[in-house]
Design a protein around this ligand. Sequence first.
Ligand SMILES: [Zn+2]
Ligand SMILES: [Zn+2]
Length: 364
Amino acid sequence: MAKSYYDVLGVTKSASDDEIKSAYRKLAKQYHPDLHPGDKAVADKFKEVNEAYEVLGDPQKRAAYDKPSGGSAGGAGADFGGGAGGSFFDDFVNMFNGQGKESGGASSGGDISLNVTLTFEEAAFGVAKDITVNRFEPCSACRGTGAKGGTQYVKCNNCGGTGKVRFAQETPFGRVVSMKACNVCGGTGRIIKELCTSCGGRGLLRKNTTLRITFPAGIEPNQIMTVPGEGERSRNGTKSGNLVLMINVMPHKFFKRKGLDLAIEVPISFTQALLGDKIYVPTLKGAKVAFPLPEGTQSGTTFKLKGHGIENAKKGIAGDLLVSIDIELPKNLTKDQKNKIKELHESLRPEQYDKAKEFYKPKQ
Ligand SMILES: [Zn+2]
Ligand SMILES: [Zn+2]
C-alpha cells in the first residue's frame, strides 16, 4: 500500500486544518514543477502532495478518508482524482498571488444571506415570491473581462504571459529561487489596455436582481433555505456563491403551529359546554369544519380533527388540527339573569361536580 496522505504531507493524523494547509503550502512550493523543469521525480512528488491535500484539505473528504472501513486509502485517490483540475489549480494560483479575495469575487462568488418574512399561511401552504438580491453580476459592457469592449488585452511583458515570475531570495540557508505571481498583471498574464468604463475594470457590477423563489409548503420558522448558485456571481459566471435565506414566519391571530399540526383555541358559551352543540371550527384554508361538541365538555379539553393541519404534498401527509375548548362566561348580567342562574345553581347537587366532589371531600 502507498503511503497515507498524512505521511505524504508529513503531518500526524490529529493535525489541525491549519497545520495541514501550512504543510501543504511548504511542500507545494518545494516541489513546484516550475522550479524543477524536466524533473519527473519532483513532478510526481508534486502530484502526490496535491492529491493528499485535495483530500485532507477538505473536512468532508478527510472525514471519509479517516473512516476505518472500506480501505479508503487506495480508493480515495481514484474517487477524488477527477476533481484535481480546475478549481484546485485556481486555489493554487491564488495562493501564490495572494490577491484572489481582493478582487471582489472575481474568481468565485461568495454567499449572500438574506432575511425573508413569510406570513403564517405562506409558510404553511408554500408560496412563490419575488426576492430582490443585490449582488455582483458580470459587467455586460465588457462581458466580465474588465477590458473596454471586452477585447482590449495584451500579453504581460513582465512575465511573458505566464502570470508568474521567478525571484531569488537570500536566506540564512542560501539563495532560494521560487516563483511568485507577476505583480504587473496580478498573475493573470494579461494586461488590460484600456479599462472598461462601466465597471472600472473590475469585470463585475453590483446590481439588483429579482429572483422568483419557490418556498415549499410546511416551511418552519427560522428555517434556513439555500438556493444554490444565486449568490455573488463570478466574473466569468461559472463559480457563483449561494443565496442563503433565513426564514421568519409571522404569527397568526388564531392558529399556532407545531410541525404540521395546527392548534386553535375555540371559545364556546357555558350552555354549549353544558348541553353540547354542533360547532364550526375554522381551518387555515378558510373552510369551516363541523364538529359535534359533546355534552358536558370541560374547559381546556382538546379535540383532534385529523388531517386538518398543514399538508406536506411532497410526502403525501397532513397534520391535525388541535381544537382546545375555552369556555367564555357572559359579562354584565342583569338582575333577572343572575336570579335565574342562582336558581339553576341551587337545583344542582354536589355529586354532579366530579372534581369539586373530590376536592372538597370532608376529611375522615
Ligand atoms: Zn465592465
Ligand atoms: Zn505578468
